[in-house]
Design a protein around this ligand. Sequence first.
Ligand SMILES: [Zn+2]
Length: 354
Amino acid sequence: MREQRIVVDDMAQPIPSEGEVLVKTLACGICGSDLHALKHGHELVQTSQETGGSFSMDLAKDVVLGHEFCAEILDHGPGTAKKLKPGTRVCSYPATYHHGQPSAIGFSNTVPGGFAQNMLLTESLLLEVPNGLPFTHAALTEPMAVGLHAVRMARLDRTEIPMVIGCGPVGLAVISALKLAGVGPVIAVDYSAKRRELAELMGADEIVDPSVTSPYSTWEEQAAYGLDGKLMPSDPIAGQKFRQGVIFECVGIPGVIDQIMVGVQRNCRIVVIGVCMQPDQIRPLVAINKELSLQFVLAYQPEEFAETLTNIAEGEIDVEPLITGTVGLAGVAEAFEDLANPEVHAKILIDPTL
Ligand SMILES: [Zn+2]
């Protein structure tokens, strides 16, 4: 990423510092955050500075994007234990200690991200890809971990009915995590037919096209019935009783949070994962009138990342449907454009050897 454009160029071979390994990238997914970094890099950096976030790159300098990767070990740097031999396939939480400084892989001026042919990773963070798992699937660990974290943070209990608004990669990851957690029925909402199809493949129980049906009436139809399958009583004043709702906002464009607040029933909880880069307006009175709760979540913990890789390797999560394209380095700029069309793509993987 150079001056808000994607270019392909040569750079110096990265040299591992103390505790690092040199790896060859096998596959790296393009993430919504990469699209944001390209279009809204200044907002990303500025809010990071205000909040202590990890997007602290200098946009006047080159950044090699890419944090959703699977790689192969080439060489070990100084002070490494060398438990994993060269040739071992690995994933890693996307951060490295380069010369003792933490760097966010894919959002850094000092270490390259996964769109490069070679990268540096911290040895102690490496996770060996379990035997036999294709590296293309292992590369989906990062985006799927986002879903697991969001669902963990939401602390759903079995009586609550989740609804996922927006079925891009983040929404799909949330759906799969909800299914793994055994809560439901899971209601998935998207305008795109392709994304609704993917939501179904990830296990969503009810799929809503909001241009045809109100997601909130679909949710109410489900939530009017208790865990015992019986219609809940109607209160003479408040009307029909409902189970509690947890709405996952996975869209991230202005106006969506307020729309959800207007649409949902009283006492619902809204978990925001969709990254809206612009200032957004909500009307607190809407939320006050309904006693809504609003929660924001980000990324995942290293343990959740590791757990997700295991889940994918053990077949608990099938990520194959999410991979809708693979490009070589020359195709990255075009892939960024293509990802704007939800009818075609969910996740495009980059194979830097192509
Ligand atoms: Zn990402």
